[in-house]
Design a protein around this ligand. Structure first.
Ligand code: AHG
Ligand code: MN
Ligand code: MN
Length: 295
């Protein structure tokens, strides 16, 4: 994360902005920084003996551990660079990761069985946000902790102890340009967000949307509200990826006292994956806001 942050912070100065002119497994344009971050994480994690395999949003198949290195007890899943569309305009981007304990015999290469576990099995998850300062936020299932990088000493220092998400807040975060493609229920919810309803003591909510999931979820974690990426008529499963984005962020949000669902009453962390790159509709945030969406 420190290495990625260093290069992100010099992105306008060194030749790392822009596109590689290639598309990834998701059919999306690959930015140079995506590719760079992907390689940094793989190379940092391939030889430590902890992992028996990795999976990245940028690669079609499981990334094996090189044969010369020992195989460990865990698998690592990651979105090396989240918020790609914001790279070239100096807006916050991030990295998301998820760690599962293997279910296959020790000492061998990890297989799909190790990766296709529901999110509640995660033993740790976190994200880095490259913003005005760099932060690392993680959970190992006993609360959520945030660390801020102090560049003068080169260390992440505990700055956000035991983060708790607010119960409710009048903020919604969604790409509203997709409004006409949503279900009627989803459109009704967004219409309702904008209303003053004096008899219920409800004021119109604020809309905040950055377009980097890490940044939108980070704000939601600290200020409260709800972040949504619903299904629509074109993408029946929404846009965000279950293993690299939805699961790790849902684990963090739940550990901070929030909720994470698919908007149809299903807890995201209980979905049993059947594809490395499968997508899911997503509603995460303050518990009362998520209940409002569900209703
Ligand atoms: P990535 O950059 O890893 O492909 O992820 C982009 C995701 C996520 O960060 C963000 O919430 C969402 O795409 C934004 O999508 P829209 O541009 O459709 O709003
Ligand atoms: Mn992403
Ligand atoms: Mn990405």
């Amino acid at each position: 994360i420190k290495i990625i942050n260093r290069d992100v912070s010099r992105a306008g100065l060194v030749d790392i902005l822009g596109s590689t002119q290639m598309t990834n497994i998701q059919g999306e344009e690959v930015q140079k920084l995506d590719e760079f971050a992907n390689g940094v994480i793989y190379r940092a994690m391939d030889h430590g003996g902890h992992l028996c395999g990795m999976a990245s949003e940028e690669n079609e198949d499981i990334l094996p551990i090189p044969s010369e290195y020992p195989k460990g007890k865990y698998v690592l899943l990651f979105d090396p660079l989240d918020g790609s569309s914001n790279i070239d305009v100096n807006v916050s981007i991030g990295t998301i990761f998820s760690i599962l304990r293997r279910v296959t015999p020790e000492g061998t290469d990890g297989t799909k069985d190790d990766f296709f576990q529901p999110g509640y099995k995660q033993i740790a998850a976190g994200y880095a946000i490259y913003g005005p300062s760099a932060m690392l936020v993680y959970t190992a299932g006993r609360g959520v902790y945030g660390f801020t990088l102090d560049p003068s000493v080169g260390e992440f220092l505990l700055s956000h102890d035991n983060i708790r998400i607010p119960e409710h807040k009048g903020i919604y975060s969604v790409n509203e340009g997709n409004y006409n493609k949503w279900s009627e229920g989803m459109r009704n919810y967004i219409d309702w967000c904008k209303k003053d309803i004096p008899e219920e003591n409800k004021k119109a909510y604020s809309l905040r949307y950055i377009g980097s999931m890490v940044a939108d979820v980070h704000r939601t974690l600290l200020y409260g509200g709800v972040f949504l990426y619903p299904a629509d008529v074109k993408s029946h499963k929404g846009k965000l990826r279950l293993l690299y984005e939805a699961n790790p962020m849902s684990f963090i949000i739940e550990q901070a006292g929030g909720k994470a669902t698919d908007g149809q009453g299903n807890r995201l962390l209980e979905i049993v994956p059947d594809g490395l790159h499968q997508r899911t509709p997503l509603v995460v945030g303050s518990p009362k806001n998520v209940d409002e969406v569900e209703r």
